[in-house]
Design a protein around this ligand. Structure first.
Ligand SMILES: Nc1ncnc2c1ncn2[C@@H]1O[C@H](COP(=O)(O)OP(=O)(O)OP(=O)(O)O)[C@@H](O)[C@H]1O
Length: 217
């Protein structure tokens, strides 16, 4: 379960998030929409433990972020979170299979089972036959699909997706959204999708609008 209560974050004296609260239950997948600059990425960064709030509580499966040092937050990201961000950080010197298997390596899982899991995810995003390709050989949309396979390969507790269908044509966008939804539901994980696209938002269980007043459902 993800618990956020009374979260505040300001930059240079300008409040961005004020008294923001929300909860996500296992298996729940929400979309967050809102005007540019309202604080969606700020919220994702706080949930990812990449930034600290000025006040308020964040807890994932009972672990309060306030009690976690930087090393513990790094472990939380590696073990429990899956990221699909706009800058998707595919490593150029690794093949697609190696890029996708990386989160498993980082958790200490390697060998045949890890490779099979990576292949299963590449297959799910329609890139099974490209496992040995290099990132430079891919289009932008193909890279995005690799990023999604990599975000899900270690079956994270919480998937954070920021405009995951931004570069994709409608067919591939639908595939990617279906994969996100299915993976989250199948593993009882939680998902947060930040998007400007009403189509993408529809794939979630509920849509929350972030405004300067907070989250409205
Ligand atoms: N590190 C920072 N330092 C100063 N200001 C920041 C910082 N991060 C975010 N902001 C400001 O906080 C506000 C919210 O930014 P954020 O990126 O969260 O918006 P967003 O809702 O994700 O926007 P978009 O839809 O355009 O991506 C913006 O005004 C931004 O300039």
């Amino acid at each position: 379960m993800l618990e956020i209560s009374d979260l505040h974050r300001q930059f240079n004296g300008r409040p961005v998030l004020q008294a923001l609260s929300m909860q996500l239950q296992p298996g729940e997948y929400v979309a967050i929409t809102g005007e540019s600059g309202v604080g969606k990425s700020t919220l994702l960064n706080l949930i990812a433990g990449l930034d600290r709030p000025d006040s308020g509580r964040l807890a994932l499966d009972g672990a309060d972020y306030a009690g976690l040092d930087e090393n513990a937050l790094t472990r939380l990201r590696r073990d429990k979170l899956g990221f699909v961000f706009q800058a998707f950080h595919i490593l150029p010197h690794l093949t697609l299979r190696q890029n996708v298997v990386l989160p498993l390596w980082l958790k200490g899982q390697d060998g045949a089972a890890a490779n099979r899991q990576a292949e299963r995810l590449l297959d799910a995003v329609g890139l099974a036959d490209r496992a040995e390709s290099w990132p430079r050989e891919l289009s932008g949309g193909e890279m995005q699909r690799v990023a999604i396979a990599r975000a899900l390969v270690h079956e994270p507790r919480l998937v954070l997706a920021d405009e995951p269908t931004g570069n994709l044509d409608p067919t591939n966008a639908a595939k990617v959204l279906a994969l996100l939804t299915e993976s989250i539901r199948a593993s009882g994980a939680m998902g947060i999708l930040v998007t400007h696209s009403p189509e993408a938002a529809k794939s979630a269980d509920r849509v929350l609008h972030l405004t300067s007043e907070g989250l409205v459902g």
